[in-house]
Structures are given as C-alpha cells and as structure tokens.
Write a protein that binds this ligand. Structure first.
Ligand SMILES: Cc1ncc(COP(=O)(O)O)c(C=O)c1O
Length: 308
C-alpha cells in the first residue's frame, strides 16, 4: 500500500528506522484496546529558523496522558526533544507536523494490561492546513452532530488517548456524510463540548468566549495560546459554558487546534454565522497566532524551541 505521508524515518524506542521498518506488533495491547496516547505538534519556519511551537507543553501533556493510562515511560523530555530535532533535520523539513505516540505494547493478553512493554514512537511529516487550503481564509461549514462527547465520568477528555478518538471518528464521519467540513460535539448537558479535533470559540460583540474543561473537552494548547494573545491585545475574554444558541447567534465562531490552527467557521448546520466567513476579531487573533508560531512576536518567542 502506498504511504500518503512524506515520512521517511521514524524514531522508535530510541532508534531511528526507515518508515518501512516502523512496524508495531499485532500483539500490542494498544492495537486491541486503544491504549496509546499521543501528541500533535507543529514545527514552523520563522524568525528563528525551523522551531517547534510550545514543545514543553505538548511533552508535559503527553506524560500526563500516559500516566492516566499507567504508561510511565523512561524517556526524558530532553531526550524526546533531541529525537524530534534529529528527525526534522534528517528529513530536511523547515515546517512539519510532529506525532509522538506512546503505546502499551506486547505483554500478556487481556483487557487489563499486565507485563506489557511501553513503547515510544515519533514520526514527522509535511502537513498543510488541516481543514483544506481555503479554510483559514474563507472559513468552514461545521455541523453540530448527533454523536455526543463522552462523559468525563467515563473517560477523562483532558487525556489525549488513541481510544478516545473513536468518539471524534464517528463525529467526523457523521459531519462528512451530511456534507460538512467538521463536527462540533455537544456534551451530556446539551451544551457545546468541542470540535472533533479542535476547541470552539465564539465572539459576541467585542467579547471572546470559550468553554472550560468541565464542559468535556481537551483544553488545547492552541486554545491557551489564543487566550494569551487575546489578553495581550486587550480583547475581553470570558470562560463560560456555551449553548447551541450561543453558537448560532454569535457574531463570529472559530475553532482552534495544532492541526487546524485558527480556523473560522462561516456556517453551522447550514446557518450563516455573523456575516459568514472570517470575522474581524477572528482575523486579528489568527494573524497574531500565525505571527507567534513563526517567531514574529517578541512577546511570545519563548513559545518556540528552535531545531538545532
Ligand atoms: C479533541 C480535541 N480537542 C482539542 C484539540 C486542540 O488541542 P491543541 O490545541 O493542543 O492541539 C485537539 C487537537 O489536538 C483535539 O483532538
């Protein structure tokens, strides 16, 4: 089968192997039960040359996610950082997506992981705009889907685990089947949780609003970056639960994620949001975010780890 990504080498448990050699055992616990945790990180080419955006925060979340599923690994963040830089240089990438993944590997069979290896992998590949080349400029059409976000009492949404993404997979399939670009999931209280792979923001008047982790969401690193940027720009911010009416009646809606960056939402369930397309506050935050990730904002340059 032909590979759809331009990844040539993969870091596996301390060794760099070719992408063809990067194989996982069928007997890995993760293959059967979804016990992997992962990160999505981006490297951008900017004022400092290729640099990874908010890498310490991503590595911290990876470790926390792993702990949530009893998958402590011995690699230090410094070692993982070195491995990422090595891989990026080996590919000659100036910009790329980075996917660290830790899995519960081979061991005794059965649902309860017993005597299982813990494996750490890292891949890199080129990845442009996640929701298509025009999404950042023109905005996407999102669907509020029937599929609900799982309850935090069942799975912790703040953990980025492979198995948790079955919920997002079904949501994206449902949205696509209805002709939409992306899914927005509601939580157990019929309020907005998040996108299939993004957090959701609305603009009402001059105020930026997004929901908090108690609403069943992965509190994204992009979300946090946008909140810091908004604060810096003097945009009033409110963290509050959001209803469907809050979304449909908003002046602007956008979604954030490492992959999706800051993506405007022009329509939801066929209803135009505000004037449709990319609103002025979304544009301001998006421009500043894309400047920050490329080291063009002195105040946020500490978010970058240069690839050396
Ligand atoms: C379900 C979900 N929510 C939110 C996000 C945004 O997180 P981040 O901004 O850290 O990439 C992601 C992407 O990783 C996601 O998959």
């Amino acid at each position: 089968m032909s590979r759809k990504v331009d990844s040539k080498f993969v870091w596996m448990d301390g060794k760099i192997v070719t992408a063809d050699e990067a194989k996982v055992s069928f007997f890995s616990h993760a293959v059967h039960y979804g016990t992997g945790v992962f990160e999505g990180v981006r490297c951008y080419d900017g004022a400092l040359g290729p640099a990874v955006f908010r890498l310490p925060e991503h590595l911290e979340r990876l470790r926390r996610s792993a702990r949530g599923y009893f998958m402590e690994y011995l690699w230090t963040d410094a070692e993982l950082t070195k491995a990422i830089a090595e891989l990026i240089k080996l590919h000659g990438f100036r910009e790329c997506y980075i996917r660290p993944l830790v899995q519960t590997g081979e061991g005794r069979m059965g649902v309860r992981p017993r005597e299982c290896e813990i494996n750490a992998f890292i891949a890199v590949w080129s990845w442009g705009a996640y929701l298509g080349p025009e999404a950042l400029e023109k905005g996407i059409h999102a669907a509020i889907v029937e599929q609900r976000k799982y309850l935090p009492s069942a799975l912790d949404p703040t953990i980025k685990a492979c198995g948790h993404y079955l919920n997002s997979v079904l949501a994206t399939k449902e949205a696509a089947a209805r002709g939409y670009d992306e899914a927005i999931l509601l939580n157990g209280h019929d309020r907005v949780a998040e996108g299939a792979g993004e957090n959701v923001f609305v603009v009402h008047g001059d105020t930026l609003i997004t929901n908090g982790p108690e609403e069943s969401l992965l509190p994204g690193i992009t979300r946090d970056s946008v909140l810091s940027i908004a604060h810096h720009l003097g945009i009033p911010v409110r963290i509050a639960p959001m209803t469907v009416e809050d979304l449909l009646g908003a002046d602007e809606v956008f979604m954030t994620g490492t992959a999706a960056e800051v993506t405007p939402v022009g329509q939801i369930n066929g209803r135009t949001i505000g004037r449709g397309g990319r609103g002025p506050i979304t544009l301001q935050l998006q421009t500043n975010y894309l400047d920050a990730v490329r080291g063009r904002l002195e105040r946020f340059v500490h978010w970058l780890t240069p690839v050396v």
